[in-house]
Design a protein around this ligand. Structure first.
Ligand code: ADP
Ligand code: MG
Length: 395
């Protein structure tokens, strides 16, 4: 893999002093009341940013946040991220409400060596996710050097991750992106047995991954809302739980693959059920989900069983909370799994924004082998796929 590192970039003749470096980072952080509520991803982006600034680069920092679908949405502005970044860096961070065009060019011209400018949310422009060539060219025209440290979007061929790269002669992978690739190789080429724990809400996003992981993992343990689509596919009662009816066949196919390959797929066999998804909702522990009740977390016996599997594994990959962990009463399954992974002697990787947030909330971050910032990207990489954002840096 011939991806240039920051080290090589800085060692090149002239380095980056006085150069405008476009740094594509992953600053897609959760916001609450227009303030950053978890700055894990901002902190993760700091090492590369600091090295570029220390080397005298004029950094144009860019990211997406949420899914504004090509429209300006005040509640998805990156402005609060600029404020938190300034705080963490302990220096001024300029912010430009425009992404491309005259105003953006002017803001770049104002930069001095070792200074940073954050552009507004890339996805406010419809050209970003479409990888529109004009938008890609306009982005590239802001800078001389391109650095991608956004592992979280490396699986997307967008203007800022793929389109603009060819227009800039010098490009490199940031430290975070390189570290991600290195750590995820532990799961891509695992010491066995490999346990994959999958949860969260988005079956449709993750079903292809499940399919790819099914033959790769020795054991798949499925929790979170994802489990109910599998349970429904097997004809088990799911009450009013979140089920994706369009994915029932996919779920059956995953079950078939695991069976054919002699792998195991473990589903929860007891559940925390509630009348509604709310902190003050009535809730119970049940082996079967009754009509009208919603499964909101795996039950204590299932959690203990998942934890026991974690103790037996040599490599563990976890993506997606086991329940609606944002609500304390429905967070026990997620907590039990997080604790089991932290105390297991296995190589461990936790991927996904919400899963990483859960680990950090429990103060277990230091006890996990690697916290991966990219959900979908990690998933694609560990199944052995080529990430377009990485491939663009190789050419
Ligand atoms: P990650 O960000 O780690 O990849 P996801 O975004 O796929 O994880 O899923 C996280 C979301 O899944 C959380 O907001 C959580 O509340 C939700 N979730 C988990 N279990 C359930 C459930 N049983 N019912 C509804 N939502 C759930
Ligand atoms: Mg998420």
């Amino acid at each position: 893999m011939a991806v240039t590192s920051i080290d090589s970039l800085l060692a090149e003749r002239g380095g980056v002093r006085g150069r405008v470096v476009f740094l594509r980072a992953d600053l897609n952080v959760p916001l609450r009341d227009r303030e950053v509520s978890d700055d894990t991803r901002i902190r993760a982006a700091l090492p590369t940013l600091r090295r570029l600034l220390a080397a005298g680069a004029r950094v144009v920092l860019a990211s997406h946040l949420g899914r504004p679908k090509g429209e300006r949405r005040a509640e998805l502005s990156l402005r609060p991220v600029a404020a938190r970044l300034a705080n963490l860096l302990d220096r001024g961070v300029s912010f430009c409400e425009e992404i491309v065009g005259e105003a953006a060019k002017h803001a770049v011209e104002e930069l001095g060596d070792g200074q940073v400018l954050l552009l507004e949310n890339l996805r406010f422009h419809p050209g970003e996710t479409k990888n529109d060539p004009d938008f890609a060219r306009a982005l590239a025209s802001l800078a001389e050097v391109y650095v991608n440290d956004a592992f979280g979007t490396a699986h997307r061929a967008h203007a800022s991750t793929v389109g603009m790269v060819a227009h800039l002669e010098r490009h490199a992978a940031g430290d975070l992106l390189r570290a991600e690739l290195e750590h995820l190789r532990v799961v891509r080429e695992p010491e066995r047995p490999l346990l994959c724990l999958l949860g969260g809400a988005k079956v449709s996003d993750k079903i292809s991954v499940l399919e790819a992981l099914a033959p790769h993992a020795d054991l798949l343990a499925v929790g979170g809302a994802m489990a109910y689509t599998f349970m429904r596919a097997l004809g088990q009662p799911t009450g009013a739980s979140l089920v994706e009816p369009a994915r029932l066949e996919d779920a059956l196919r995953v079950l078939e693959i695991t069976e054919k390959k002699g792998r195991r797929l473990l589903l929860p066999f007891d559940h925390v059920v509630a009348r509604e998804i709310a902190a003050d909702a009535e809730s119970e522990i049940r082996a079967e989900i009754p009509d009208g009740w919603i499964g909101v977390d795996i039950g204590p016996r299932s959690a203990a069983s998942f934890a026991a599997e974690a103790r037996r594994a040599r490599t563990i990959f976890w993506n997606g909370p086991m329940g609606v962990f944002e609500i304390d009463g429905f967070a026990k399954g997620t907590e039990a799994v997080a604790l089991a992974i932290a105390s297991a002697g296995a190589h461990s990787v936790v991927g996904g924004g919400d899963s990483v947030a859960a680990v950090n909330r429990l103060g277990l971050g230091d006890r996990i082998g690697h916290l991966s910032t990219g959900g979908g990207a990690s998933l694609e990489y560990i199944q052995g796929l080529t990430l377009p954002g990485v491939a663009a840096l190789e050419s």
